[in-house]
Design a protein. Structure first.
Length: 245
């Protein structure tokens, strides 16, 4: 295998600076995830371009002996400055962590790239970034093949379950459940969000007071099916002692 140079365009979903001053980035591109290193990057112009959530065009070079491609050049193709706002950053960071966990290096993911880019734009521009993040979290999972069982109880198989599953993020029937049923708006959302268009879901937001249970369901489902995601610590409300939901 010969050394090769390639051009890629993608969004930075992970960024780490090493003690030596190198920047290691993971990008989600239409051709899949890409991990690369900008050697000495913190001391040069690449530092401001290879930031989290930036859409960049990069030229990479890789030899047969190297595990990581080297970033030779980087051009900023797009940025969403409002994602730095505290009320938006945590949701954008969750989307980046989910994309990193769900999609693999070398896996062709053009649809995933477009969905993720749309999630960041929505979180940046929409007045309700929390709702955008909830919708897009479920949509990213569905695209990756992780869809919660909503037609039958996750324990006994009974039809039309309506209660949260506190352990697995699925749905339970009244006989198997320990928690109250979802309110009508939340029940409709969890049953149909994966099949509905993004626009239809965004235009029918669940009331704010019902979202805590949706966040907990999403967190449980991701943790069981995909793995640990650190952003939950900032986003998922913890039940109060004695609370039922």
């Amino acid at each position: 295998m010969r050394s090769r140079t390639a051009n890629r365009s993608g969004i930075v979903i992970r960024r780490r600076v090493t003690p030596a001053g190198d920047i290691i980035v993971t990008l989600l591109t239409p051709q899949g995830k890409l991990k690369a290193i900008a050697r000495g990057g913190v001391r040069g112009p690449l530092a401001s371009r290879l930031n989290l959530f930036h859409h960049v065009g990069i030229q990479i070079y890789q030899t047969p002996q190297s595990d990581l491609a080297s970033v030779q050049q980087a051009v900023l193709e797009g940025a969403l400055p409002k994602l730095a706002e505290p009320e938006r950053y945590a949701f954008a960071h969750l989307m980046a962590e989910l994309a990193d966990a769900l999609f693999q290096e070398g896996e062709f993911t053009e649809q995933a790239f477009e969905l993720f880019a749309g999630a960041l734009r929505g979180i940046s521009h929409q007045p309700d970034p929390e709702w955008v993040a909830l919708v897009m979290g479920f949509k990213l999972l569905g695209l990756a093949g992780f869809v919660a069982q909503t037609a039958r109880c996750a324990r006994c198989g009974a039809d039309q379950p309506a209660h949260p599953d506190p352990l697995g993020g699925q749905m339970l029937c009244g006989n198997c459940a320990s928690l109250p049923a979802y309110p009508p708006e939340s029940l409709d959302f969890v049953r149909y969000v994966v099949r509905r268009s993004v626009r239809a879901s965004i235009e029918a937001p669940v009331p704010t007071e019902q979202r805590a249970m949706l966040w907990r369901a999403l967190e449980r489902f991701v943790t069981v099916q995909v793995g640990n995601v650190q952003s939950w610590r900032q986003l998922v409300p913890q039940p109060r002692e004695g609370a039922t939901v």
